[in-house]
Design a protein around this ligand. Structure first.
Ligand code: UDX
Length: 434
């Protein structure tokens, strides 16, 4: 299959490289010449484990290339994937679809022969209809179908998720398009990944429903964690106790400082808006959004309490800034609210993150960046684990105690336990234990 990937951001690049690895001919297109130049020179603009090697390998094999020109890539393609950004629109929280529609218009002008236009970006219900209308309007003679094929990749595990998906959702009623999509994903048959063929609107909604459900699951366990702290229970044991029930499932029951990232905050908000617009409000998801926002802010207060009620003039060391490990992504990271809350209360903030400091610098003011966890802890009145990077899972507590002013450990990811913290002489605070 010949595939054109429009948009070489996170989703486009990972999907393009994986399709090439399946043996397809892939051209990744992006309007940003600097990005394309970097990719052509073998530099990957994002941090994603394994992506560097996968891109390099497929470029060498001649299956993957990069271009700024959309038309030639589309003209030669069996399938054109739209993987451009859909940020939250300022003001109303709706997904901003201007990049998707602009891509559709450009694609329309270049289609040659039967072409499947696939929306890979997360787009609200009905976007596929609008893409179809735009292409039809701009190119009335074009032979094409518009398919929704949402991605369910997790940052940091994206390649594995792509190659071993739980399911593939293909939203179309066009039989020829189903045949093309089956061919595109044929290499996955070996892994027996279920392929669900649904209506286009159903596929679009499935993506939002999946993300909103996962965000709800996390928020549920986070609230149980707060209750655990009040009643003297342990949230990790509660999570295990409920998670072993197959109807609930073990995953996404890890209590923490609130979810962040490029998907959950944006997609939950977009779903809330769509639901309100259609007179079918999703009150559960509305509450999830509000509870999660409040939670991120509450984490600074948790640190302040652990420091005896005030952090004025104190130095607080944060380990981890990204919204989760194995990514350099800072979008909607809990660290942003935590830093602001601590600084508002008069603290000095030092921070260390293995990959995220370059992305963090423009977003955070007056933060001193450290070389590693121990450098970060130097002279600190409290050490806060914000992101559970592996590098923070086996800290040398004796060394930390020596360099810190006060032995206060706030573990917002439950990497350690009270007994471990206290054994090393720390005043230990975690999530969801009394
Ligand atoms: C998510 C979805 O998992 C993925 O299917 C979708 O395509 C994009 O959004 P991602 O944002 O990369 O992926 O990360 P994920 O691992 O799902 O974590 C999201 C957030 O939830 C992080 O802030 C993480 O720390 C938090 N989280 C996750 C928890 O707090 N507890 C958990 O148990 C799981």
């Amino acid at each position: 299959m010949r595939i054109a990937m429009i948009g070489s951001g996170y989703v486009g690049l990972v999907s393009g490289a994986c399709f090439a690895d399946f043996g397809h001919d892939v051209i990744c297109v992006d309007k940003d010449p600097a990005k394309i130049e970097a990719l052509q020179a073998g530099r990957i603009p994002i941090f994603e484990p394994g992506l560097d090697a996968l891109v390099g390998d497929n470029v060498r094999q001649g299956r993957l290339s990069f271009a700024t020109e959309l038309a030639p890539a589309v003209a030669g393609a069996d399938a054109v994937f739209i993987a451009v950004g859909t940020p939250s629109r300022r003001g109303d929280g709706f997904a901003d679809l201007s990049y998707v529609y602009a891509a559709a218009r450009e694609i329309a002008g270049a289609i040659a022969g039967y072409t499947v236009v696939v929306t890979k970006s997360t787009v609200p219900v009905g976007t596929g209809d609008e893409v179809e209308r735009i292409v039809r309007e701009s190119a009335p003679e074009a032979d094409f179908a518009v398919v929704s094929n949402p991605e369910f990749l997790r940052e940091g595990a994206a390649i594995d998720d792509f190659k071993r998906p739980d399911r593939i959702v293909i939203g179309t009623e066009d039989a020829r398009a189903v045949a093309v999509m089956n061919e595109v994903y044929r290499p996955l048959y070996l892994n027996a990944a279920p392929i669900l063929v649904t209506g286009r609107r159903t596929a679009e909604l499935t993506k939002y429903a999946a993300n909103a459900f996962l965000a709800t699951k996390i928020t549920f366990i986070n609230e149980i964690a707060d209750l655990c702290e009040q009643v003297g229970a342990n949230v990790q044991e509660v999570a295990r106790g409920i998670g072993l029930d197959n109807r609930i499932g073990k995953k996404f029951l890890h209590a923490g400082p609130g979810y962040g990232g490029s998907c959950f905050p944006k997609d939950t908000l977009a779903l809330v808006k769509t639901a309100q617009d259609h007179g079918a409000p999703m009150r559960i998801v509305e509450t999830v959004v509000a509870v999660n926002d409040q939670r991120k802010r509450a984490m600074a207060r948790k640190v302040i309490t652990a420091c005896g009620g005030s952090v004025r003039g104190k130095t607080i060391a944060l380990l981890g800034l990204t919204f989760k490990p194995n990514t350099d992504d800072m979008r909607d990271a809990p660290s942003l609210s935590i830093v602001a809350g601590l600084q508002d209360a008069g603290a000095r903030v030092r921070a260390y993150d293995p990959e995220g400091m370059d992305q963090a610098r423009p977003l955070l003011n007056d933060v001193a960046y450290a070389q590693d966890a121990y450098d970060c802890a130097e002279g600190a009145d409290a050490l806060v684990i914000v992101t559970e990077w592996n590098a923070f899972r086996a800290l040398d507590f004796a060394r930390l105690r020596k360099v810190m002013s006060e032995p206060v450990l706030v573990d917002l990811r439950n990497v350690y336990s009270r007994s471990v913290g206290e054994r090393h002489g720390f005043r230990y605070t975690s999530i969801g234990t009394a």
